[in-house]
Ligand binder design. Structure first.
Ligand SMILES: [Zn+2]
Length: 321
């Protein structure tokens, strides 16, 4: 029995390392694909307008002079974006960020290649960066945990997808302060589906309440905070991410998730402080990585263990709900 669990964990771990290698591609490319789309949309909305100055006056008032050359600049930007080679998650093949040399399959073996190449590109010897093996290792360990806990079963695969999506959101938000909708919604729908299939062990009504209250709680805080201070402390991506986590763990875990996110925030802030990253105070840190980290923490600790060991984080249960 125990032997089987370790075998499953080993299979899960190897799969996780391979998926982690792909997650590095998602983390690097997805924001760039989004930036490209935004630039194309912005330029594409201006370029076909025949008379930008008159449109400008319609919006800004009859005496407002339009900025010079707006439509030419938009057309040039649109043409420049369209000249780029296509960028998707599968194309072009992975290449070195410094010298552009394509990475061969044997240089792309998770962890192993990084160790053999001593963390440097095979052709230009520029450093590859700690984050690539770190993401692979994180995915490997998380997938191994899922396989160990649930065996090689559909629920294990579902929770592995949960881990993969949260690792992506964690890193992408840390890099860009974005939480892509495409990943947030996938996480939300998988959580609701997992509940409906009985794979997450969360009753469907609790998953629905978790999603709705997760969204609305942060939404309310956001608007109250903005009313009181005139500033925006969070983004809509954060509401959607907490909604998704509510769907995966159920409504009674929302307080625990928010508490866990402040714990993750303290740990992450301390780590970045030690690494000297916060020395320049202008590096913005958003709430998304804390939430994503909290979701992973809840999975690793285990919902049942969490409920038993920190009962104060479950006020709804304490009220006999
Ligand atoms: Zn290189």
């Amino acid at each position: 029995m125990m032997m089987q669990a370790w075998l499953d964990a080993a299979v899960g771990g190897v799969l996780g390392l391979l998926v982690g290698s792909f997650l590095n591609v998602v983390i690097h490319r997805l924001p760039r694909m989004m930036y490209r789309d935004w630039l194309r949309d912005a330029a594409g909305n201006l370029a076909p307008i025949p008379d930008v100055p008159s449109l400008w006056r319609l919006v800004m008032g009859p005496s407002a002079p339009a900025p010079q050359g707006l439509e030419t600049a938009a057309a040039e930007a649109l043409a420049a974006v369209d000249r780029l080679e296509p960028l998707t998650l599968s194309r072009p093949a992975s290449r070195c960020g410094q010298c552009g040399t394509p990475i061969r399959w044997y240089q792309n073996v998770p962890l192993l290649s990084f160790a053999l190449l001593r963390g440097r590109c095979g052709s230009c010897s520029q450093g590859i960066g700690w984050r690539y093996p770190a993401v692979e290792l994180a995915a490997g360990l998380l997938f191994a945990l899922c396989a160990w806990r649930w065996g090689l079963t559909p629920p294990a695969a579902l929770w592995a997808a949960f881990c993969a999506l949260l690792v992506c959101q964690f890193m992408i938000d840390l890099d860009t302060q974005l939480l892509p909708d495409s990943l947030n919604y996938l996480l939300l729908w998988l959580g609701l589906l997992g509940s409906a299939l009985g794979w997450t062990g969360v009753p469907v009504s609790s998953a629905l309440w978790g999603a709705a209250l997760g969204y609305l709680s942060l939404w309310s805080i956001f608007h109250l905070y903005r009313l009181a201070t005139g500033k925006e402390g969070m983004g809509y991506g954060d509401f959607k991410l907490l909604a998704a986590l509510g769907a995966w763990f159920g409504a009674d875990f929302l307080v625990a998730i928010v508490l866990a996110s402040s714990l993750v925030g303290a740990i992450l802030g301390g780590a970045l402080l030690l690494a000297g990253r916060l020395a320049h105070k202008d590096i913005p840190i958003s709430f998304g990585p804390f939430l994503a980290g909290a979701g992973l923490l809840c999975l690793v600790v285990g919902p049942d263990t969490l409920r038993a060991s920190v009962p104060f984080a479950f006020p709804l249960v304490a009220l006999g709900h």
